[in-house]
Design a binder for this molecule. Structure first.
Ligand code: ZN
Length: 274
């Protein structure tokens, strides 16, 4: 059973039917890609029985009222959110609010966050630094529109092998463009140690750097250090050691694990701006 066969979309009545159908296709396609990639990197996770529930709102007022009611007012102003306790993703599908952003990208992004939590990959939202949550989501969210196109062409052009190729961790061009603007000047080690929730840079810079670092880690030694980091963070989460923040713990662990090749790793991450 694929990770999303039990997935569901809960939509406000005014959300167009086509959007609901394509939302479900998006969740299915993106999570299939995610699982293929996790398997390729040997990253342990459960898959097969997780219901990925995504709520689609058509009105900003309703979306933000729900966030406030749940104590998530810090997420107002966003287009999507994943509830860390109720384990449901929420997406605002108002075209005026989305502007040029694809609702399917937001749906893909949030469903990756949710799958990370429900598959046991991440034992709890606070177990990972924010850059890792966002970086992982951005390895996959950008392929949502492409996947939908491939699926709609299925009977015409796309071959079976097109559909079975994972688009996960292919270049996120939008993030790469943002990254190019800051890559040379940003101190990556300082960024890693920063608590982005309390102390963000700018939204674009935070997302761009989170993407670049995660993309570099997924390529570095075939993702083996990324895999070990995920294990390490799970172990740390179970030990309830609060000497350091999770950001500092992860940053220091990465630096010592990568060791003398650290400058080479930084060079790789910086080179992803394009
Ligand atoms: Zn996110």
């Amino acid at each position: 059973m694929s990770p999303s066969e039990l997935s569901c979309i809960i939509a406000a009545p005014e959300v167009p039917r086509i959007l609901v159908e394509q939302a479900l296709e998006t969740v299915e396609a993106v999570l299939q890609d995610f699982v293929v990639w996790l398997k390729k990197l040997n990253i342990p996770h459960r898959s097969g029985s997780e219901c990925i529930a995504v709520g689609l709102f058509d009105k900003k007022t309703d979306y933000e009222a729900y966030l406030k009611q749940e104590g998530l007012e810090g997420l107002t102003g966003s287009l999507g959110a994943t509830h860390p306790v109720r384990l449901i993703s929420l997406v605002l599908c108002d075209p005026m609010e989305l502007n040029a952003t694809s609702p399917y990208e937001v749906i893909a992004h949030e469903s990756i966050h949710l799958f990370a939590l429900k598959s046991g990959l991440c034992p709890g939202w606070d177990a990972w630094p924010r850059w890792l949550h966002e970086g992982l989501a951005m390895l996959g969210d950008h392929s949502a529109e492409k996947r939908l196109k491939m699926r709609s062409n299925r009977s015409k052009n796309a071959t079976r092998s097109d559909l079975s190729t994972s688009l996960f961790a292919t270049t996120n061009h939008e993030r790469a463009r943002d990254w190019k603007k800051v890559a040379t000047s940003l101190d990556i080690q300082a960024f890693l140690r920063r608590d982005l929730t309390k102390n963000p840079l700018s939204n674009d810079d935070d997302y761009a750097a989170s993407w670049a670092i995660t993309a570099a880690l997924s390529a570095w030694q075939n993702g083996s250090i990324l895999n070990s980091l995920i294990q390490e963070l799970s172990n740390k989460f179970m030990q309830y050691d609060s000497t350091n923040t999770i950001e500092v713990t992860a940053a220091d662990w990465l630096k010592s694990e990568i060791g003398e090749k650290w400058p080479e790793f930084i060079k790789l991450a910086k080179s992803l701006g394009g």
